[in-house]
Write a protein that binds this ligand. Structure first.
Ligand code: UDP
Length: 322
């Protein structure tokens, strides 16, 4: 297939582009580098099947030649980025999705939208099944992301129903791994950088809120299975292993061998109290389930952060980690 990936220089986009190339497909990557980084795709420029365009996908998209799939992964995805880039976040989910859908329609290509567990907001049920409509504050600080993704899902279903297009809607739960930015602001990179640098680990609230963390290779495997399936309805992808944020901070502290303290900071507004995917649909439809345990995934991620942060030479060097 010849596949367009928007947000190709981002955390997930870069893993996805690399995976698709490995499967023998041609990839055109697009990114405007608001939150993506050229470092994530540097090695791909040598590959003959990889093309890259620096572009803002909220503008009209023109791609010469055939396309078999358009995968819309461009978007800021960390809560601190929603505060920094509220309008680009809304625009890429709304206008960007519309442009990417229009392109997919013109090319008779499959369209995939990277949606999110944030469509469930601060959920009132746990775990979250695809049939749950969510509990979102539209005008809160996270609303710019949550509502843009909800609009993106609505627009995608409208194109499916009205234009009879093949669409894929994946609801991605918290995912972590190499290629996350060191200063991304999300819990895993924050705790890792703090632990590796001997700084206090900042747990927001009392740390009783939960998340379920999926290692990136598992997620990419699920995304590919969904792409080549015939499923047009939303599918949750994530790891159902749910832990509290305090437990996550303690685990990262232990795995890095860090002597850092754990301190508590105020909980950000509308921070979901719990989050765990119900993956029964993905299991049944895609024969998919996550395989990488939290400890194994965190160890691989710590190795990446250690190398990137250059902490290896510092006294805070993790003992248990090569
Ligand atoms: N969090 C934390 N300390 C940090 C960063 C995040 O305790 O330094 C908490 C945050 O309040 C939330 C959870 O970790 O409850 C996950 O936050 P993240 O930003 O990773 O993603 P979210 O799931 O909220 O989108």
């Amino acid at each position: 297939m010849r596949i367009l990936v928007t947000g190709a220089a981002g955390f997930l986009g870069s893993h996805l582009a690399r995976y698709l190339l490995k499967q023998g497909h041609s990839v055109i990557g697009i990114d405007n580098f608001i939150t993506g980084s050229i470092d994530n795709i540097q090695d791909l420029f040598r590959k003959k099947d990889f093309e890259f365009i620096k572009y803002d996908v909220t503008n009209h998209l023109h791609i010469p030649g055939k396309l078999d799939a358009v995968l819309h992964f461009a978007s800021p995805a960390s809560p601190i980025d929603y505060l920094k880039f509220p309008i680009p976040t809304l625009k890429v989910g709304a206008l960007g999705t519309h442009k990417a859908l229009g392109l997919a329609k013109a090319k008779k290509a499959i369209f995939m939208i990277a949606s999110t567990s944030e469509v469930y907001g601060d959920p009132l049920i746990n775990p979250q099944h695809e049939s749950y409509w969510g509990n979102v504050n539209p005008i809160g600080p996270r609303g710019v992301y949550d509502e843009a993704k909800r609009y993106a899902e609505a627009m995608t279903m409208a194109y499916h129903r009205y234009h009879k297009m093949q669409v894929r809607i994946l609801r991605i739960f918290n995912t972590y791994g190499p290629n996350m930015r060191l200063k991304d602001g999300r819990a895993v990179p924050n705790f890792m950088m703090q632990a590796l640098n001997g700084k206090p680990l900042t747990v927001y609230g009392d740390g009783a809120q939960t998340r379920s963390l999926c290692y990136v290779s598992d997620l990419i495997d699920g995304i590919y299975r969904l792409l080549v399936s015939r499923e047009n309805n939303p599918v949750n992808l994530g790891n159902p292993h749910e832990i509290s944020l305090l437990e996550l901070a303690e685990t990262i502290k232990r795995l890095t061998g860090s002597k850092s303290k754990i301190i508590f900071k105020p909980l950000p507004q509308d921070d979901p109290k719990m989050r765990r995917p119900d993956i029964s649909r993905a299991k049944k439809l895609l024969k998919w389930h996550p395989k990488v345990s939290l400890e194994d995934g965190l160890k691989k991620t710590i190795a990446y952060f250690t190398a990137r942060a250059g902490t290896a030479a510092k006294p805070a060097r993790p003992k248990k980690f090569k």
